[in-house]
Each structure stands twice: as C-alpha cells, then as structure tokens.
Design a protein around this ligand. Structure first.
Ligand code: SER
Length: 326
C-alpha cells in the first residue's frame, strides 16, 4: 500500500505515520510518502520506520501537487495540510489559500491520477454558535472563522468528489487534539500547553477562561480514527464526514487533572479576546453516534486516562531533548 500524507510535519503527521506502520501486516509494510512545505530536519526524521520518505510540497502550488501525486501514485491520501483557526484569523488570505485552494488542488490531483481514496481532516470549527448540545452531524454550518469556513467547504468538496465517483473521500471532524508534539496556531492549544508547560515549567497561563468547555481528543485516539475510517468499507459509510466526540472538560477540570500528575503545577487564566471568541463559538460537546454505528468508532481515552499516559511521555521527551526546566 502506497500512502501519501500532506502537511505531515504538523501536529498529526508523525503520530499517524507510527499508527499506519503499527497496523500494517509485518510482511507487507506500507510505503509512506510524507510531504510538507519544508520537511522536518533529518535529526527529527532519523528514527522514522523503514519505508517512510519525506518530500517538499506546497499544496497551494497546483502544478507541483499534480506532479508529485502523479509521481507517487498513492493508493491512499491523508490530507492534513491546513492553517489552524487562530492563525487563520490573523492571516485569512493564507488560510484560504492553504485550506481551500490546497484542498481543491489535492482533490484534483487525486482525480487526475486516479487515486482511489482520500481521508479529509475536518474540525469542530465548522460549527458556529447556538447549536444543540451535544451537536449532531447534520446541523446548519455557520462557522465564524476562515479555518471553519474552508473546512466546511472542504467537506462539501469531498462529498461532491465521492458522489461523482472521482475519489472515495471520507473524513472526521476532530475535536481539539492533544499530544506531546507542539501544535501551531490552534485555539484549542491551551489544553495541550497545560500539559507541556505544566511539566516543563510547572506553570502555565491559559489564554482562555477557566469555564471554557470544548470537545478534546487524545492523539492516539485521533490517529486511530483516521486509520479506521480509511479502512472502512465504502458500503458501511452512510455519510462522508463524521463527528468524533472525545471528551468535554472545562479548562479548570483539565488543570485539575494535570495537577494530579504534576503536583504543585500553577495554572492561571488570562483570556485573550480573539481565541476566547473562537472557543466560545464552538459546541461544547459533539454527538458521534453515526461514527460508532457505521464504522465501529469508540474512543479509548477520557481526560484522566490521557493525563496518565501523556505526562510520562512529555517527561521522557523533555529528558531526551534536554529541555526540562527550560
Ligand atoms: N484544533 C483546531 C484549532 O484550534 C480545531 O480543529 O484550530
């Protein structure tokens, strides 16, 4: 199986690569081409499993995207490249180019090359305020950010390409994802930094209110969801894009969970208007029963299980990189 990832240098890519390699039969390991604007340095990718290679790709560049996908001829594409919500509000033109034009370019390149299957990463950010709680899959979409608008449009394009029989697209709406790897420009990053800075510095000043509540998901569940929806038989899927619920703690409940694993950690709150407004526009919980029914989705981690797994991982990472106490 030949698999191509866009935006593989972002928050999801390297965890997804590890999950794809772990799931594959030992006798038939996948060939994985990981692409990003600037592939990570060799020091970062040196431990990649055999069969993984990195190539530079700007998905905004239509000709380069077509040429690379035609050259690799993947059986499966994971389209991860995106500018996240907060960064997208400071650079909306860039967010449109990467998220909208980039998605179009990747879909067109897949169609032209005959790539059979593509997995799209959508987000809670497709939703706007005032929706039922928990929010089901099918409600009016009125996103308040460029990121959300482009993700909603990307979902529709995926449905269209699937309906036309051009590319079998399927995807998930992720909650805010939490892992030991640092994200860039997301509004849900406060949750991740409670862990990373909580371990690294013993303190973190969150850019949101203590009562902020959005859906979150631990990365091992997130990458397993991507692998499982990629593997799901088409005739089991009654829709193209599925909510994933994860769990929905208040910010101060996350802080309390971190405090259990990192005694004495000091987490304070200094809400920043832009990111707080984005967070307040998102649902506090999602309904993911369609994913459970159609492709057997079930999250394994709740808040405390994530804390117990993640804190030792961050400690190990900091010890390896010598950044402890930095
Ligand atoms: N984590 C993303 C963000 O905060 C949401 O999908 O932008």
């Amino acid at each position: 199986m030949r698999i191509l990832l866009t935006g593989a240098g972002g928050q999801i890519g390297r965890d997804l690569i590890a999950e794809l390699v772990r799931r594959a039969p030992a006798a038939d390991p996948p060939t994985i081409v990981a692409t990003d604007l600037r592939p990570p340095p060799a020091a970062v990718t040196a431990d990649d499993p055999p069969g993984v290679s990195w190539r530079g790709l700007d998905v905004v560049d239509e000709a380069a995207t077509r040429a690379l996908i035609a050259d690799v001829r993947p059986d499966l594409v994971f389209h991860l490249a995106a500018i996240l919500s907060a960064k997208g509000e400071t650079e909306p033109q860039l967010a449109y180019a990467v998220n909208q034009t980039g998605t179009w370019n990747v879909l067109e390149a897949c169609r032209a090359t005959g790539v059979p299957r593509l997995v799209f990463t959508s987000s809670i950010a497709v939703y706007g305020p005032g929706l039922p709680d928990p929010t089901p899959d099918d409600v009016p979409l009125h996103p308040t950010t460029m990121y959300g608008a482009t993700k909603a449009a990307g979902e529709l394009l995926c449905e269209y390409y699937t309906r036309r029989g051009w590319v079998d697209c399927r995807g998930v709406r992720f909650p805010g994802l939490i892992s030991a790897g640092l994200p860039g420009g997301g509004s849900s990053d406060y949750a991740l930094f409670m862990y990373v800075d909580g371990v690294r510095r013993g303190a973190y000043e969150a850019f949101c209110r203590a009562d902020t509540r959005i859906p979150l998901m631990y990365m091992p569940d997130g990458v397993r969801a991507l692998a499982e929806i990629a593997e799901a038989p088409r005739d089991r899927l009654r829709r193209c894009i599925y909510n994933l619920a994860g769990f929905s703690p208040r910010a101060d409940e996350i802080a309390a969970s971190v405090g259990r694993a990192v005694p004495g950690v000091a987490i304070t709150y200094a809400p920043e208007p832009l990111r707080q407004a984005i967070l307040d526009s998102w649902p506090s919980a999602l309904d993911d029963r369609a994913a459970a029914t159609d492709w057997g989705w079930r999250a394994r981690f709740d808040l405390d299980a994530m804390t117990d797994d993640l804190v030792p991982r961050i400690r190990a990472l900091l010890a390896r990189t010598g950044a402890a106490g930095a």
